[in-house]
Design a protein around this ligand. Structure first.
Ligand code: APR
Ligand code: ZN
Ligand code: ZN
Length: 366
């Protein structure tokens, strides 16, 4: 066991605290990872607000990169010294999804068996089974994905959650390719990553929609060919018009990605699709929201598919190293997502900035 500094949320809505925690030595199937960087994600804030569950105290942080320090007795696959991005989809290989070959839908992802604790022995709940606003954390070995060690940790660590969710919504769930059009509604960290993913897949046009002009600028930097300020014009009409300029007869985009998580924007995405188009919901709604009223004949008559995308339907072992390579080749600008690098004691202030929409990502650097 060793003691390290970490950011903990003790109770609903109280400010987070930097405290000392106990990290057990890794047991079978476990690894201790020395954290280098960890992005601040909305989900961490949702944990702190009690919006995920009430298993306080939480050890926050889950978009992390670091170096494996020690592994448990039976461990193969990763070794001390490996540079890894942590993931929250350590596939089990045994659930129904895994058995039928759909590992990206694994229902039973692995986490560490032992618990990290406060100094007094109180068990911590690590955010998404990771808990990486900490000098070191204990995870399941499958949560460590080895990537090119020459990559900048603050940038590639973001693949651990939000950026992967956005890119994956475009390339995995939406299956975008050359010759297809894409629109993304909501251009925060997740939406802008979806824009980058659509551009990477060769989609054209790539239309970014937001109500905030600053976000649209960023979306252009990351590959949007067109931007629509939906506080100024009707986004459905704009998407239809832009797609028809590129593809004669198009009545909307082939894939529309909703990255806000609200009924109004989901409805816009529904109607902004071309016939047989795909809607991908990657924004996370709150439990009180319902599907907006839409005539069933419109669902039938327009064909296509209404999908949701959980963690970008990613398979970390497949997607993280591939995306890090594209980053290293200069084809995916992960640096653009890092608005600021902050310290372990800046998490609370970073939540505040995130809440005001001032940053794409604040990244804690240890
Ligand atoms: N139309 C278009 N864009 C909107 C609208 C709207 N009606 N309302 C908000 N937006 C934009 C905001 O301006 C912002 O740019 O949506 C974006 C949301 O971005 P963030 O708050 O930064 O959230 P992000 O990290 O991108 O996550 C998006 O996915 O992970 C979930 O909880 C997260 O639901 C959230 C979503
Ligand atoms: Zn499984
Ligand atoms: Zn996250």
């Amino acid at each position: 066991m060793q003691q390290v500094k970490a950011v903990v949320a003790r109770s609903k809505d109280a400010p987070v605290e930097l405290v000392t925690i106990n990290v057990p030595d890794p047991g079978p199937g476990e690894a201790v990872v020395k954290i280098q960087t960890c992005g601040v994600c909305h989900t961490d804030l949702h944990y702190k607000q009690g919006g995920i569950n009430d298993e306080f105290p939480f050890l926050l942080g889950h978009e992390a990169a670091g170096v494996v320090e020690a592994v448990g007795p039976d461990v193969t696959g990763v070794a001390p010294g490996d540079f890894v991005v942590l993931n929250w989809r350590a596939v089990c290989g045994e659930c129904r999804a895994c058995k039928r070959g759909d590992l990206q839908y694994c229902f039973n992802t692995h986490n560490a068996t032992q618990r990290m604790t406060l100094e007094d022995g109180t068990e911590l709940t690590p955010a998404l089974g990771i808990g990486a606003f900490a000098e070191k954390t204990l995870v399941a070995v499958g949560q460590c994905t080895k990537v090119d060690p020459d990559a900048r940790a603050a940038a590639v660590g973001l693949l651990g959650c939000g950026v992967m969710a956005g890119i994956g919504a475009a390339i995995n769930t939406g299956a975008l390719t050359r010759g297809r059009s894409a629109a993304v509604i909501g251009c925060g960290g997740v939406g802008v990553a979806a824009v980058a993913g659509a551009a990477l897949a060769g989609a054209s046009p790539v239309i970014a929609v937001d109500i905030d002009a600053k976000k649209l600028e960023k979306a252009r930097e990351l590959g949007a060919t067109h931007v629509v300020d939906s506080s100024q014009e009707d986004p459905v009409e704009a998407i239809k018009r832009i797609c028809a300029e590129t593809y004669e007869g198009a009545e909307g985009a082939d894939v529309v990605i909703e990255a806000v998580g609200r009924p109004e924007t989901w409805k816009q995405a529904f109607y902004a699709r071309d016939l047989a188009g795909v809607l991908v919901l990657v924004g996370v709604p709150t439990p009180d929201m319902t599907v907006p009223e839409i005539p069933l004949i419109d669902v039938f008559g327009r064909g296509g598919a209404l999908k949701s995308s959980w963690y970008g339907d990613c398979l970390p072992s497949r997607d993280f190293p591939m995306l890090v390579d594209l980053y290293r080749q200069g084809r995916l600008d992960l640096d653009a997502f890092v608005t600021e690098e902050v310290g372990l004691d800046d998490v609370e202030a970073s939540f505040e900035r995130m809440h005001h929409g001032d940053v794409l990502r604040s990244v804690v650097v240890l």
